[in-house]
Design a protein around this ligand. Sequence first.
Ligand SMILES: [Fe+2]
Length: 250
Amino acid sequence: MKLAIFGDMHGNDGAAIAAIQWAVDRDVKVAIWAGDCGLWTSLQHVISTDRINAFSLNNGFTNFWVGGNHEHWPTWNQVTAPVSKGGAVKDQWGFSIYRSNIRLAPRVHTWKMGRAWFAGLAGAASIDRRYRTTGVDWFPEETITEAEIASIEKMNTDKFHVNYFITHDAAVNSPFGFSLYEDIPSFDNREKISRAVRHLHPDYHFHGHYHKFLYWDNGGTTTIGLNMEADKNSVVIIDTEDDTVFEFRP
Ligand SMILES: [Fe+2]
């Protein structure tokens, strides 16, 4: 099964639709988004989400969103709540159906697609949070909690091996190649990603957040950081059948 992984789209419907078209042209029908998808509640964002959904619907394409930091977390958490608590109906992979062709992952999620196991872990720290308004465009729920990382560390990796790990944030030891902001929540969050990688030891780890292309080996896990929106290397196509086909969006 071929599928695409998208870097941060930030609600940029033009970039998302171009990425979907690029994937459709390569016979890909599924994309997993690695956070900062652009789930916001303004009318303009609702319209842009509807545009992405309509284009996907017309092309038989389905988008699976894993949460980033820049999302409207109260909405995301409500949509992914159990149906009995007012959440949306879930699809066969346990994603909540936000639009017909846009599905939201719970903050910690595992699922099987084709013959591969996937795990998703949402969240990152916003380094621009001091310029944002709490409860409007910044939410304390944006970072990974200790309970969430503990739930990953409790997963029985003897029972299932995660082939593909999709997160928004990167491991703490990533070779960024630039100076990171000295920001404790960011460091803490990257530490949690590293804990998850150490426990799951996935074959591949894909992430966004830094808007910078990275391709490196993290102790046996091939790690790919994706660029954003319509930039070069913002999308990669993988083939879960042979684990070898990688095509990056030029
Ligand atoms: Fe981000």
